[in-house]
Design a protein around this ligand. Structure first.
Ligand SMILES: NC(=O)C1=CN([C@@H]2O[C@H](COP(=O)(O)OP(=O)(O)OC[C@H]3O[C@@H](n4cnc5c(N)ncnc54)[C@H](OP(=O)(O)O)[C@@H]3O)[C@@H](O)[C@H]2O)C=CC1
Ligand SMILES: N[C@@H](CC=O)C(=O)O
Length: 354
């Protein structure tokens, strides 16, 4: 399976490391031979090597020079293609879209997905923009072109918050979904409980690779609003315009507010709630003060949790990483395995996203 990567930041590089680390296992356990043949990034440049890039060498070049273009050329190497040229011209099966999430337009990722499908390529992405804004259009287009559209990592990174409700919990009616769906803000709120300021904690979250390129998306909860829209589309099959979701972030909370709640045996958490009633879906995103015995109050740091209120299974809670480079890289790998199985006409543990 030949892959082109659009965007080569924290998650992109972590994914490349995973492909290198797990190459043999993927071959042995899943019959999947993954080859990264192209990378296109804004500042790091672009390279297309039709017979495959040596990942160790590629990562070493980026670390040493900040550019993928310092990778040694052969007679077949093409350098300098922008993202659309790479999507259109590279001979690949899958586009891994890991550019930044734009919470207003979803671009450039939205256009990347459209062009990939139109040119017969599957897309696997952790970018929330296209999935939150154009879920239906893109899933239909992927189906029309008989390609795969994977986006497990868009909600709770490598924790399977999207496959679980549709596959493992299939047959239930899920009346409400609620959860802590942003790693950065949960990390910040936890750090503020020990007296750290919001800005100090944010700097740490950025250094750990949790935050968005523009952390306003995390702090003002636009990121969670997108995730709520994705859950509505994916789990309930109902399009929710992100702009219509009530959304308040954590910037209004002071260290004193958090300490005061702590003295009262409570915790502030940024919660998303999505509920359905007779085909109508409502969603809100805002900080809520929870009793410390509440299961969600116990979720700390960059860990996230999601609760599905099911008519048959009862309350199901899934908890795990909400952000993190390796964890998010893993979400791309699991989608890749599903994509491969779908191409082979089989499925692992249920269906794929397209
Ligand atoms: N980090 C995490 O824990 C998680 C991240 N995500 C999502 O995954 C995606 C990637 O995240 P992350 O790696 O952390 O972000 P980064 O900001 O580290 O990486 C994004 C990369 O995309 C590049 N880029 C931007 N525009 C283009 C373009 N038009 N063509 C090619 N490359 C482009 C950027 O280039 P340059 O910097 O050179 O401009 C940058 O290298 C984001 O959409 C994020 O929301 C999802 C779940 C968890
Ligand atoms: N910035 C996001 C990354 C994952 O979606 C977060 O902190 O949750």
């Amino acid at each position: 399976m030949k892959i082109a990567m659009i965007g080569f930041g924290g998650v992109g590089q972590a994914f490349a490391e995973i492909v290198e680390e797990k190459h043999q296992e993927l071959q042995q356990n899943h019959g999947l031979d993954v080859e990264i043949v192209a990378v296109s990034d804004v500042m790091k440049g672009a390279i297309y090597q039709p017979d495959g890039l040596n990942i160790t060498k590629l990562l070493e070049c980026v670390k040493r020079t900040g550019s993928v273009e310092s990778y040694p050329s052969s007679s077949q190497t093409i350098k300098g293609w922008n993202s659309l040229e790479t999507i259109e011209k590279a001979q690949v099966d899958v586009i891994i879209e890991v550019t930044y999430t734009d919470v207003k337009t979803g671009e450039p990722a939205l256009t990347h997905c459209h062009r990939a499908f139109e040119t017969g390529k599957s897309v696997i992405t952790t970018n929330k923009g296209p999935v939150a804004l154009a879920y239906q259009e893109l899933t239909e287009k992927a189906e029309k072109h008989d390609v795969f559209f994977g986006f497990e990592g868009t909600v709770m990174s490598g924790t399977p918050a999207l496959r679980l409700p549709l596959e493992t919990l299939a047959g239930n009616e899920i009346k409400e979904i609620k959860g802590i769906l942003n790693g950065t803000t949960n990390y910040i709120l936890t750090a503020m409980e020990s007296g750290m300021t919001l800005n100090q904690a944010l700097e740490k979250a950025q250094a750990l690779g949790y935050a968005e390129a523009d952390p306003t998306s995390d702090l003002e909860a636009y990121d969670v609003r997108y995730k709520a829209a994705i859950l509505s589309n994916h789990v309930y099959g109902v399009h929710l315009d992100p702009d219509e979701i009530f959304c308040a972030g954590i910037t209004g909370l002071s260290v004193e507010d958090i300490q005061e709640a702590k003295r009262d045996g409570e915790k502030w958490k940024l919660l998303a709630r999505i509920s359905q009633n007779k085909g109508k879906v409502k969603a809100t995103v805002q900080p809520e003060r929870l009793n410390q015995d509440d299961l969600l109050a116990r979720v700390s740091g960059a860990t996230n949790a999601i609760v599905y209120e099911c008519d048959l299974s009862g309350t199901i809670m899934l908890t795990g990483a909400g952000a993190g480079l390796k964890e998010t890289g893993f979400s791309l790998m699991i989608d890749l395995i599903h994509c491969h199985k779908q191409k082979q006409g089989s499925k692992i543990g249920g269906g794929s996203h397209s």
